[in-house]
Design a binder for this molecule. Structure first.
Ligand SMILES: Cc1ncc(COP(=O)(O)O)c(C=O)c1O
Length: 307
């Protein structure tokens, strides 16, 4: 069972096996779902579990529901309550990954707008080993979907056909992951993460019009790079060849966290080792999400009553 014992299904806590939809639900037929992947971090000293940047994830989910023209858009307070009850029902007291999906559940034609379903699950999930070693990636021959076709800004389940095609091809070719280029040939993003380069001590990342998901972790990195690390950050178009010119590179996402990219198309990035700026950003990120530093308390939502 990939997910924990209990899920929240349309507002009710149910056993994992009972979170069901019909085979002809619109989300199955047409991919009419939007989802979020969030992380919760256990702080052993404080005996507290923190969901990281919950408000921003809920806002993005609600935005996606609006774009899908769902006939009911769940209130943020309802979504938060469902998520908290899911974590509590599963007695989560360790690092975990939360998945929430809102979807059109009606069995009808393409223009169906409801009823709207909501399912939330959680899985206990430590960080990946690649946090330390870094990942060796390929640039995909699959082009990133474009905003005027299937907007990557919307975290729609159907979009992930594109990400999966790129990721699975790269893995079969022996890489750890993939980077995609947009229709203009410029760097877009990874299959489940946004990308940063370090060039001459400054950060560079594809801008919001580069057919990326407007990643919450990307925003965290940009804000903390400027405020905490005193780094200049450029959000702009990024050429493919800049990946090879970079001194360091990393990708970031709620699920992926902050992972060094050490090779692109089997060419070393910098000296082929995780770089010092990447390490600084990584280290600060983990202290921040666990609540080991006090910055941005509004980014950490506690799950359990204060000890
Ligand atoms: C395609 C894509 N890009 C970027 C990200 C990172 O986004 P976030 O930092 O909001 O999790 C994700 C993960 O959700 C993703 O699926």
């Amino acid at each position: 069972m990939p997910t924990c014992e209990f899920m929240c299904h349309n507002g009710d806590i149910v056993a994992y096996r009972d979170a069901r939809i019909h085979a002809f639900s619109a989300v199955v037929k047409y991919g009419l779902g939007v989802f979020e992947g969030l992380r919760a971090y256990w702080n052993a000293q404080q005996q507290q579990l923190y969901v990281f940047r919950l408000a921003e994830h809920l806002e993005r989910l609600r935005f996606g529901m609006k774009v899908l023209r769902c006939d009911r858009i769940f209130e943020a307070a309802f979504l938060e309550d469902c998520l908290m009850r899911t974590l509590q029902a599963n007695a989560i007291r360790e690092n975990a990954h939360i998945r929430m999906i809102a979807y059109i559940d009606g069995d009808d034609e393409l223009t169906v707008t409801g009823p709207v379903g909501l399912s939330i699950g959680v899985v206990k999930r430590p960080s990946a080993g690649t946090l330390h070693s870094g990942v060796r990636v390929a640039v995909s021959s699959w082009q990133r979907i474009a905003d005027n076709a299937m907007p990557p800004r919307v975290k729609c389940t159907a979009n992930y056909v594109n990400n999966r095609a790129a990721e699975i091809t790269a893995r079969l070719d022996g890489h750890d992951g993939v980077l995609m280029l947009g229709s203009d040939g410029k760097l877009s993003e990874a299959a489940g993460a946004c990308v940063f380069l370090v060039r001459r001590g400054e950060l560079v990342t594809p801008d919001a019009s580069s057919d990326i998901l407007e990643s919450i972790t990307r925003d965290t990195v940009i804000q903390t790079a400027r405020a905490v690390h005193g780094l200049v950050v450029h959000e702009r178009r990024v050429d493919r060849s800049e990946l090879l010119a970079a001194d360091e590179a990393f990708w970031c996402g709620s699920g992926q966290e902050v992972v060094p990219i050490v090779a692109v198309d089997r060419i070393a990035v910098g000296n082929g080792q995780p770089g010092p700026i990447t390490r600084r950003i990584q280290e600060h990120y983990f202290r921040l999400v666990r609540g080991e530093i006090e910055d941005h308390p509004e980014w950490r939502t506690p799950v359990w009553p204060a000890a």
